[in-house]
Design a protein around this ligand. Structure first.
Ligand code: ADP
Length: 490
């Protein structure tokens, strides 16, 4: 969801902006976290130093308080001066509280003789030092017990006989404004550094994006040149591996397109040539009739029969061309059904036997095992008919054609062998090309168009099968097709 939403934001679809954002985040994150960590650390340390400073001063003062019996009598000028000095030094307030929780001295003079019941004071009377930092109001508050060391009665004059007794508490609040001010200065400096970092990152990003995307811009430009038709030379941008790969892939596509284009041009010129041949013959026949003023009716009949034969030929070429177009492997939709191949071949043989007999060719069919396969019946009929017809057409007198059907657990094979003229070795790889004929004049004589094997091969490939031909010139040819028993759609 979020990914889709982000993808819809146009600016984020640009790799340049993405790289810019990544660099910005990568640059800024450590900067911001460092600022935060350093400021935090400084504050903590500064407060701790302040607290330890004050408590040292307080401890000294606490001893003086005991020496001068200040808790009982607050008139000592020395102590009062020390207290004022302390509160002035730390810009704060010092309260001296006795262990009845009564304030005996307040440097602000507000709370004297009042009773203070605060948790910190109570805890301190029990001998515990407390300190608290109030960040929002900018002060630290701390308590220190005022202790007196007394020698226990009957005790010896060693340390174990002495005891510390808490006589009162000193409660101090000291301002931390100086820490806050330093923090602010530091923070402002850090912000300045951040702004400089942002500016530097923006500059680096712009330069990096420019440098990194230069090869891509070059390749886009080269692609546009090809697309606009200024050139169809292979493109090569070797600035980086990625563009090199894009270039290679594009050149392969370009090569394939060129090949397709050449073969399309060749096909169109072949088609025009093939279609023109019968028309030229008809024109010659018609012209010669026209030029003979008193031509006998027999001549008319003879020429018109030839013209009709040429029309049939034209018709055959057009029909075969159309079925070839239909066989376009990607566009075609096969009409797959379970077909009894044995019966199908039998039927084809029965249909072709009269033609074979006319040419005095013996046709034999051998089925090794019954086969049922998922195929397009019409297309497979066309395949087998073409092969057997060719085997009869390109045969010799008293020749033979043997058709053999076999199968394993995955494929069935149909082998069509003949005792015909054979196909020269050089021609074997071309026989599936459209309009290719080994012997043009002979093929035309027999009524061939050169499209039969092209159609056959297309139909077999549509079934994901294979076709191969073996031939010995002058002895015969064997075509073998191999088709899966089950149709596997792409
Ligand atoms: P055509 O319509 O000319 O028969 P095909 O595409 O069926 O066209 O065959 C192409 C060429 O292959 C034929 O012109 C022929 O020269 C050769 N050919 C095909 N089958 C055989 C075969 N069984 N024996 C000898 N030559 C063959």
């Amino acid at each position: 969801m979020l990914k889709d939403k982000l993808r819809n934001i146009k600016i984020l679809r640009s790799l340049k902006s993405r790289i810019f954002l990544i660099l910005l985040i990568v640059g800024l994150l450590p900067c911001i976290s460092m600022r935060y960590a350093i400021l935090q650390n400084y504050e903590q340390r500064a407060v701790n130093v302040k607290i330890s400073d004050i408590s040292t001063q307080l401890r000294i003062l606490a001893n003086h308080l005991i020496t001068y019996h200040y808790l009982q009598d607050t008139s000592s000028e020395v102590i009062n001066a020390e207290l004022d000095q302390l509160s002035g030094l730390y810009d704060g307030r010092v309260l001296v509280i006795n262990n009845d929780l009564r304030v005996v001295k307040d440097t602000y003079g507000i709370s004297e003789n009042k009773t203070i019941i605060s948790e910190e004071v109570v805890r301190c009377i029990k001998g515990e030092n407390t300190s608290r930092y109030d960040k929002n109001n900018g002060y630290v508050e701390m308590t220190i017990p005022i202790t007196e060391t007394v020698t226990l009665e009957g005790g010896k004059a060693d340390t174990e006989a002495k005891k510390e007794i808490v006589r009162g508490v000193m409660l101090v609040s000291a301002s931390t404004d100086t820490i806050g001010a330093t923090l602010e200065i530091l923070s402002r400096k850090a912000l300045l550094v951040e702004v400089i970092v942002i500016l530097v990152i923006i500059m680096i990003s712009i330069l990096a994006a420019k440098g990194l995307f230069k090869p891509f811009e070059k390749i886009t430009e080269a692609l546009n040149q090809v697309q606009e038709g200024y050139t169809d030379d292979p493109i090569s941008v070797t600035d980086c591996l990625e563009t090199e790969h894009i270039g290679e892939a594009f050149n392969q596509v370009l090569g394939r397109m060129k090949m397709l284009d050449t073969s399309r041009q060749e096909f169109v010129s072949n088609v025009s040539h093939e279609l023109r041949t019968p028309i030229t013959s008809m024109k010659v026949l018609a012209d010669s009739l026209i030029s003979q003023k008193d031509a006998p009716i027999e001549l008319y009949q003879e020429f018109m029969t030839d013209i009709a034969a040429e029309i049939d030929r034209e018709d055959k070429i057009i029909t075969e061309l159309l079925s070839l177009v239909k066989m376009d492997r990607t566009a075609a939709d096969l009409n797959i059904s379970e077909v009894d191949i044995d019966a199908l071949v039998e039927l084809i043989m029965r249909r072709l036997r009269p033609i074979a007999q006319k040419r005095d060719v013996e046709v034999v069919y051998e089925s090794v095992r019954p086969v049922t396969a998922a195929v397009d019946e019409v297309k497979l009929t066309l395949v087998i008919s073409n092969l057997v017809e060719n085997a009869v057409k390109y045969n010799k007198e008293h020749g033979w054609v043997r058709v053999r059907l076999d199968a394993d657990h995955q494929y069935f094979t149909v082998e069509v062998a003949d005792s015909g003229v054979g196909i020269p070795r050089d021609s074997l790889e071309h026989i599936y090309e459209r309009f290719y004929r080994v012997d043009k004049s002979r093929s035309r004589e027999i009524g061939g168009t050169g499209l039969g094997l092209a159609i056959t091969r297309s139909a077999i490939l549509m079934h994901r099968g294979t076709i191969k031909a073996e031939s010995i010139e002058g002895e015969g040819t064997t075509f073998t097709i191999r088709i899966p028993l089950k149709y596997i759609p792409v």
